[in-house]
Write a protein that binds this ligand. Structure first.
Ligand SMILES: Nc1ncnc2c1ncn2[C@@H]1O[C@H](COP(=O)(O)OP(=O)(O)O)[C@@H](O)[C@H]1O
Ligand SMILES: [Mg+2]
Length: 223
């Protein structure tokens, strides 16, 4: 499904040059769930952003189902992301002025689907995640675990094939963390492909493969 070859990324800060990714190779098969670990600042988010099409590599090849992603324009990347990718972040960026339903429905607004179908999709997604009871609540009234599930609902509403998660349990208490992990497992059992950046050994344990970014390279870890 995914092939990365010799991916490199350097950031420039004034005169300073930070070589973050120094030649990353990775293959991910459809239906796999993999963990990416590594110290803070090692380049995990940089790699995930490249996979999501939010950032472009300076060098190397990114193939997604035979499509050459590294050659796409920013416009094409935005479309690629919208159609194929569900992106889950640590700090669940929800829109405070909108309620839960509207936050989850947001990605569907671009696709011009009928209102009834939109409502059905959102309510189904909320019940799948066990949070139908918060549907009309304001998002600032939610617990951390609920807010993260709302953010996940929004990331999944378009049925993406690939789910990228950047420290999805990073700011959750233990109970919410367990719920989110069960959810990741469930999504994977349903055939979704997941790439999860994490510090959390529990997350890494439920993944099929574990990698670590070290000194700009991706190393496979024993399982
Ligand atoms: N947009 C940017 N501009 C300059 N430096 C950046 C940018 N994004 C990340 N970096 C730097 O690149 C390195 C890797 O960052 P990041 O991928 O966020 O690491 P991680 O997610 O593993 O903590 C860090 O040193 C960070 O400061
Ligand atoms: Mg990060």
């Amino acid at each position: 499904m995914i092939q990365l070859k010799e991916i490199k990324k350097t950031y420039f800060m004034g005169k300073q040059q930070i070589e973050v990714l120094k030649g990353i190779d990775l293959e991910v098969n459809k239906g796999e769930m993999i963990a990416i670990m590594g110290r803070s600042g090692s380049g995990k988010s940089t790699l995930l952003n490249i996979l999501a099409g939010l950032d472009k590599p300076d060098h190397g090849i990114y193939l997604y189902q035979q499509e050459t992603i590294h050659e796409k324009t920013l416009n094409d990347l935005a479309e690629f992301r919208r159609k194929r990718i569900g992106f889950i972040l640590q700090n669940y960026p929800l829109i405070d002025s909108k309620n839960v339903f509207d936050n989850v429905a947001l990605p569907l607004k671009y696709s011009n689907i009928p209102k009834k179908e939109m409502t059905d999709k959102v309510t189904t997604m909320l019940s799948t995640l066990g949070i139908e009871y918060v549907q009309s609540r304001s998002v600032d009234m939610l617990s951390g675990g609920e807010a993260q599930r709302v953010a996940i609902a929004r990331a999944l509403i378009q049925q993406p094939e690939l789910i990228l998660a950047d420290e999805p349990t990073g700011s959750l208490d233990e109970e919410s963390e367990t719920e989110i992990l069960a959810l990741c497992k469930q999504l994977n059992d349903e055939g979704k492909t997941l790439i999860i950046v994490t510090h959390n050994p529990h997350v890494a344990e439920i993944c099929h493969k574990k990698y670590k970014i070290h000194d700009g390279k991706l190393i496979m870890m024993p399982h």
